[in-house]
Design a protein around this ligand. Structure first.
Ligand code: FES
Length: 110
């Protein structure tokens, strides 16, 4: 498991999400209250970028292309159900957001 720098906490305001590239993967990082979530950025519908979508008050991220919706907590599809995004552990240290993932070894870590 690698810990990779995603962005600074200042670049991720409350209630916002953004896309970060870690190695070969694009990951959506989202800030909701004190929690930072990280899920696969690629929408399983037709490949929209979830990190360019928006968050809801219910703790979901909505794909900007056709409105598929996923829970940030566990990646589970809300609409439609029965699908699931990869999720990643996160941490914050000294104002920096880190994502913990296995498969982005060639990324420039911190
Ligand atoms: S590509 Fe995401 S809802 Fe269609």
């Amino acid at each position: 498991m690698q810990r990779m720098k995603a962005c600074s906490l200042d670049e991720l305001p409350e209630g916002q999400c953004r896309v970060v590239q870690l190695g070969k993967r694009y990951i959506t990082v989202a800030r909701r209250g004190d929690n930072i979530h990280a899920v696969d950025d690629t929408c399983p519908h037709m490949g929209g970028s979830l990190g360019t979508g928006w968050l809801t008050a219910e703790g979901t991220v909505v794909c900007p292309w056709h409105g598929w919706e996923f829970r940030l907590e566990d990646g589970a599809g809300v609409w439609p159900s029965g699908i699931k995004l990869d999720t990643f552990e996160t941490s914050v240290e000294d104002g920096v957001v880190y994502v913990h993932a296995d498969d982005a070894a060639e990324t420039a870590a911190d």
